[in-house]
Design a protein around this ligand. Structure first.
Ligand code: ATP
Length: 338
């Protein structure tokens, strides 16, 4: 009898355990797949995008892929084609060729279906300067047929750090405050994607930091996907998860920011008391070295630099300066200098 009871308890426990395991596993799998799905879901894909202004070929077949919930940086020197790209994305101009697809299903021809889910600031936010920040938001709110509540406007003013200044005329706002008000305006409708064209342009260092923090909050606290353009590598590096480098209408590099800017591979510039002799010695270590009037230059793994330095100093070479830059950074600086 005792044995039977044990068996019964055991069987029941097994059943309960099995039931819990089965369902927990199912739940875990469901959570995992839905997390993976949201983290890896493509929210915007651009393929073969081309744009001509008259005979000028401004975009020459651009491809991009932006994932939901990431900050995506469009990086490029002046005239690269960033604004052209962004204007196409929000329907201000039409491409000559290529496809743009939002939310996995909405093409440019049906952009009106996607636009309510997208907020943007193109070039710079525009306001009525003699109205207050709050009144400007109330005016913009009238364009949304479903209406924007007063509370939403108050919350957005707080989010962008304008509480206390919301009743002041916009003409009294700093450039940074205007940009932040622009973000509040772009967020009115609680869009899934926010597109910002050179958001830190013309801001002082304090304004840049405040805006950067706000953009990161949009992603981290509100789950927004942010697409921003910039011609400053460090800015994209500090904010973006992924980036595309555009130059002369062509995408020259794209991917995860930290992978692209891998700290390991660097270009080194070295100044010593005898450049020619140091060049010979570094070449003997297996590096390909170039020399200009002031320095010798070579590519190396970051970890290998101390070894190079100790060999040079052991051979009595006096090192006056050693700089290194990550290769992509070097490449981008060359692009922007051109
Ligand atoms: P910036 O950072 O200077 O704004 P960008 O990367 O945003 O540069 P775009 O504004 O997209 O570059 O311009 C790309 C190229 O297309 C530039 O050479 C620009 O002169 C040209 N371009 C842009 N708009 C027009 C236009 N309406 N008509 C003719 N050419 C144009």
């Amino acid at each position: 009898m005792k044995h039977k009871a044990c068996e019964l308890v055991h069987t029941r426990n097994y059943f309960v355990e099995h039931f819990i395991c089965k369902h927990l596993t199912k739940t875990c799998v469901w959570i995992a797949t839905s997390c993976n799905r949201s983290m890896s879901e493509t929210i915007l894909s651009v393929s073969g995008l081309e744009k001509y202004y008259g005979t000028f070929h401004a975009l020459k077949g651009l491809d991009l892929e932006v994932k939901r919930g990431e900050i995506f940086g469009l990086l490029g020197p002046n005239g690269a084609g960033k604004t052209t790209m962004i204007r196409i994305l929000v329907g201000l101009i039409k491409p000559n060729k290529g496809t743009v697809r939002y939310f996995d299903k909405i093409d440019l021809k049906d952009l009106n279906d996607a636009l309510p889910r997208i907020g943007s600031i193109i070039e710079e936010p525009r306001f009525y300067p003699y109205l207050s920040g709050k009144l400007n938001l109330q005016v913009s709110a009238r364009y949304y047929p479903k209406g924007i509540t007063k509370q939403r406007i108050t919350d957005l003013i707080e989010l962008v750090g304008l509480t206390g200044r919301e009743s002041d005329r916009v003409s009294t706002y700093s450039q940074g405050m205007r940009q932040r008000l622009g973000i509040a305006q772009a967020m009115l409708n609680d869009p899934e994607i926010i597109i910002l064209d050179e958001p830190t342009n013309g801001l002082d260092p304090k304004g840049i930091i405040e805006l950067r923090q706000l953009i990161i909050r949009l992603k981290e606290e509100f789950g927004k996907t942010v697409i921003l353009s910039s011609h400053i590598l460090s800015e994209v590096e500090q904010m973006a998860d992924s980036m595309a480098i555009i130059n002369k209408g062509v995408c020259v590099s794209q991917g995860n920011v930290s992978e692209l800017l891998s700290k390991n591979s660097v270009s080194v510039s070295l100044e010593t008391d005898d450049l020619a002799a140091s060049k010979v010695m570094i070449e003997a270590m297996g590096y390909s070295v170039t020399q200009d009037q002031k320095a010798i230059n070579f590519n190396a793994e970051l970890d290998a630099i101390p070894n190079v330095v100790s060999k040079l100093t052991a051979a009595d070479h006096k090192i006056f300066r050693l700089d290194h830059r990550r290769k992509l950074e070097d490449y981008f600086l060359k692009l922007t200098a051109a």
